[in-house]
Design a protein around this ligand. Structure first.
Ligand SMILES: [Mg+2]
Length: 187
């Protein structure tokens, strides 16, 4: 049985690079290197403009790149467990079909839970380990006893909240770092 579950965007797939290109093209804004997960807090961007940008990215089903190590990790988990991998994402529900089609590109059996709100994520997690890039969610899950790996990005740096990091929260440079621990992720 697989003992780890995954967030999707900026965890298994690279959505920020295409999103940054769209923001530059549409609004002349360079949002790369943002220190905030919520770009509206840092740039002069409305929620509507941000969501329109992400909608265009979600539509790029065939072009979105996998994060380094994601494909290998998912394939190894399936090979060792014969279990589908479980994805828990906060993508808007209207992008369900896009999301399923994107996950099909990994070529492993999977299930997806789509949430309405980030803060609901803990309700859906049933395994010991989770991989999540959103700092607030990662901290919340770790405080609830889930062992969280957080892929590092400009917006989720450790230094931004010194002293507030739960023991269960482990920042990682890449999913490749998890490969030596496969035995922990399959029971
Ligand atoms: Mg994410």
């Amino acid at each position: 049985m697989i003992n780890i579950e995954f967030d999707l965007d900026s965890t298994l797939v690279e959505i920020m690079k295409p999103f940054e290109k769209i923001m530059l093209r549409e609004y002349g804004l360079d949002v790369s290197g943002s220190t905030q997960y919520d770009l509206a807090d840092e740039f002069d961007l409305s929620f509507d403009k941000i969501m329109k940008g992400f909608a265009e990215v979600y539509d790029m089903i065939e072009e979105i790149e996998f994060m380094p190590g994601a494909e290998e990790l998912l394939h190894n988990l399936y090979a060792r467990s014969d279990d589908p991998v479980h994805i828990i994402t906060s993508r808007p529900i209207e992008f369900a079909e896009h999301t399923f089609r994107l996950m099909e590109r990994f070529n492993v059996p999977f299930t997806i839970s789509m949430l309405d709100y980030h803060y609901d994520k803990h309700n859906y997690i049933r395994k010991e380990y989770f991989v999540e890039d959103r700092r607030r969610t990662a901290i919340d899950l770790a405080n609830r006893g889930i062992k969280v790996f957080m892929p590092k990005h400009s917006y989720n740096k450790l230094t931004q909240t010194p002293g507030c990091w739960p023991e269960n929260l482990n920042p990682i440079d890449s999913l490749e770092e998890l490969m030596p621990y496969l035995h922990l992720f399959v029971k």
